[in-house]
Design a protein around this ligand. Structure first.
Ligand SMILES: Cc1ncc(COP(=O)(O)O)c(C=O)c1O
Length: 327
């Protein structure tokens, strides 16, 4: 998917044309990956366009900035309003939302402190990340030869541009060998996550997912899956999982803003269950799609309508991001 190259981008408080939203090649972020960002979505529901868990995404953005000692120039409320303003200015019905806070142009030493902290919000239309077919029929994946970052190296609770160098290695290896995705292990050999999505495994009717200590990004979708699963009466456990858990799973699926909920049908050419989307995966998918499409009551308050009035006030951050449903 390439960009259409039109529309408005919010940059440091102004809406600018897509083609004019440029930065200098000497900007710190280009050389040292000194950016933190988010990926959220807005959906076209029968009541109108609604963002999905924008509050949790923005709180994670501020957590990421704090870990990297960046002081965003704009407050949570400013960015919340700016996302809504940008969606309205582009007259978007459904879109992917990419806020980014990054170190800009001043000097090019490793020390980022002298560089300004700039902010932008981009939107684009983005359908099913791994293809529409994948949502029903699942994807073929491999366990990556690359590991996720070791603890106390690149902090995985931060969604930072630098971490996506590792994600790109995982993704490129998988694609080069004919797979849709790679699943990375942590440096202790336990299951971690995909290049841009969290991992769930089902065995004997229990849903398992690696904990935040397994070098994962604590996904907002992961948190939503846990809540939906519990709403449906399923048992969910966050546990360190050995690699072979995948091969003997009844079902497995990815969860993330881009992939939404995508079944995994094979890992390393071994069929998961009967090699098709399993019933628990389908139940969780239906629960998720019913909420984002406005077909059921939004009892967790995850949708915020963009075109009707002022944003609802949100109270308190979940720290680390995405842990609010974990009780
Ligand atoms: C590495 C990684 N893990 C997990 C996720 C899923 O997070 P979320 O559900 O908040 O999109 C993402 C997506 O941003 C990701 O890049």
């Amino acid at each position: 998917m390439s960009f259409p190259g039109t529309g408005k981008i919010w940059m440091n408080g102004s809406l600018v044309e897509w083609a004019d939203a440029t930065i200098h090649v000497a900007s710190h972020v280009i050389h040292y990956g000194s950016g933190v960002f988010e990926g959220a979505r807005a959906y076209n529901t029968p009541r109108g366009t609604a963002t999905f868990r924008l509050d949790a995404h923005l709180h994670r953005l501020f957590d990421s900035a704090k870990i990297y000692r960046m002081e965003p120039t704009y407050s949570y409320a400013d960015l919340h309003a700016a996302v809504r303003e940008t969606i309205r200015a582009n007259e978007m019905k459904a879109c992917y939302i990419r806020p980014i806070v990054y170190r800009g142009y001043h000097t090019l030493g490793v020390n980022p402190f002298p560089c300004p902290v700039d902010t932008a919000i981009l939107l684009w239309e983005w359908g099913a990340y791994l293809g529409q077919d994948a949502l029903t029929n699942g994807v073929d994946v491999r366990v990556s030869s690359w590991s996720r970052a070791a603890p106390n190296t690149f902090p995985t609770l931060a969604k930072t541009s630098a971490n996506y160098a590792n994600s790109s290695l995982i993704k490129m290896e998988a694609i080069s060998e004919g797979y849709s995705e790679g699943i990375a292990l942590d440096t202790f050999g336990y299951l971690s996550e995909g290049s841009g999505q969290n991992l769930f495994v089902v065995r004997n009717d229990v849903i398992y997912t690696p904990p935040v200590t397994a070098s994962i990004l604590p996904g907002i979708t992961r948190d939503s899956v846990i809540a939906i699963a519990r709403d449906h009466g399923f048992k969910v456990r966050e546990e360190m999982l050995p690699r072979e858990t995948l091969y003997i799973a009844d079902e497995a699926f990815f969860a993330g803003t881009a992939v939404e909920i995508t079944p995994i049908r094979t890992v390393d050419k071994i069929s998961i269950g009967n090699g098709r989307r399993g019933p628990i995966t389908e139940a969780i998918q239906n629960g998720f799609f019913d909420i984002i499409n406005g077909r059921v009551e939004d009892k967790h308050g995850w949708l915020e309508y963009v075109y009707d009035g002022e944003p609802r006030q949100t109270v308190g951050a979940s720290t680390p991001a995405g842990t609010s449903a974990r009780t």
